[in-house]
Write a protein that binds this ligand. Structure first.
Ligand code: P6P
Length: 336
């Protein structure tokens, strides 16, 4: 695809003209993804206004995770619900911000899961944040919606993506046949294709983890990071760079864009919790994107997309990115 044609395809045209493994994208899925993209275009504008429209700071409420909700968390959640609930192809939706799934009027069988505004602790300090979404198909379309409908492994996703609200507002999307990226043209309000066939290099010199938790990590993670820090004189024979934006969408966007590894592993601070990040609407969609871009994503013991969920808001240990690094981490976990 030449540079000129790359920037002339908007999201609607892309969905209408693309084949996934030889098949056209179902009209109902196109409708749903366009509604998500349109909502994120609106959200991008709201996020950019911040203090100017009184949107910074806490909403004074808590969510099902026991976290203090930022005003923009609540607005993002409401915008997404309003933006998609009219989609005839939708059977229901689930959000990080809501304890139970929400049935909708649609007669379709798509299930939308989302973290409406991930990284919201960064909102007040003007650091990139993002929306993460995942699409599943209801296995029994005729039955009334229930939480169990959503408890499918990441392998069942029919689409997944994120929108990062940073210097550019950029969407990454996979439909199971590679990864594409679109940037929002803020004049027209359209997402425009900027990159297709996104690939993560199998090796890297860059890792991302919150180093302040080092003393709490399990031994395999400690061993891996120590070897990265030892650099060229150590086991790895090369120096590493470190990044930590504390916004999963921004950190994963960097991994998809230039390789690397992102880790939020289990640690001893809350040993009863398998991790901090959520499986259904953070780890699974990000893992789908990463695998489709030639990377890998594990919880240390198994590939994240193979995990069978038991709860809608369950948490998971996450290590994803360049394939060789994930294979090394899996090896260290199996040796532990
Ligand atoms: P910490 C944001 O709150 C988030 O859920 C992810 O986006 C991010 O990777 C992580 O938590 C940051 O956590 O403990 O470094 O603040």
């Amino acid at each position: 695809m030449t540079a000129s044609s790359t920037f002339n395809t908007n999201f609607k045209q892309y969905l209408a003209s693309t084949k996934v493994k030889g098949d056209a994208i179902p009209a109902g899925l196109q409708e749903l993804l366009l509604a998500v993209a349109d909502t994120c275009s609106t959200l991008s504008h709201e996020v950019a206004q911040g203090a100017l429209i009184g949107l910074l700071g806490s909403a004074g409420t808590g969510n099902v995770q026991g976290e203090v909700q930022q005003k923009l968390d609540v607005i993002a959640n409401d915008l997404l619900i309003d933006g998609v609930q009219a989609c005839q192809s939708l059977a229901g939706l689930a959000s990080e911000e809501m304890e139970l799934p929400l049935p909708v009027q649609g007669t379709g069988d798509y299930l939308l899961l989302f973290d409406p505004l991930d990284g919201s602790s960064n909102i007040d300090v003007n650091v990139s944040i993002g929306t993460i979404f995942s699409v599943l198909k209801k296995q029994d379309p005729a039955a009334p919606l229930q939480t169990a409908d959503f408890l499918l492994s990441g392998r069942h996703q029919v689409a997944a993506g994120y929108v990062v609200y940073g210097p550019q507002t950029t969407m990454a999307l996979t439909l199971g046949d590679g990864v594409v990226m679109f940037t929002l043209n803020k004049v027209t309000g359209e997402f425009v294709l900027i990159k297709h066939a996104v690939e993560i290099a199998h090796s890297t010199k860059e890792f991302a983890i919150n180093m302040s938790n080092m003393r709490h990590w399990a031994e395999p993670v400690r061993r891996y990071v120590d070897e990265c820090l030892a650099g060229v004189s150590g086991e790895r024979d090369k120096d590493f760079n470190m990044r930590w934006i504390a916004s999963m969408v921004a950190d994963v966007h960097r991994v998809l864009s230039r390789g690397g590894i992102f880790m939020y592993p289990w640690d001893q601070r809350e040993p009863h919790k398998p991790g901090k990040l959520r499986l259904m609407y953070e780890a699974n969609p990000m893992s789908f994107l990463v695998e489709q871009a030639g990377g890998a994503s594990t919880n240390g013991d198994q590939l994240i997309m193979d995990m069978i969920p038991t709860e809608l808001h369950e948490r998971v240990s996450v290590m994803l990115g360049s394939k060789e690094e994930i294979e090394r981490l899996q090896r260290y976990h199996s040796q532990a």
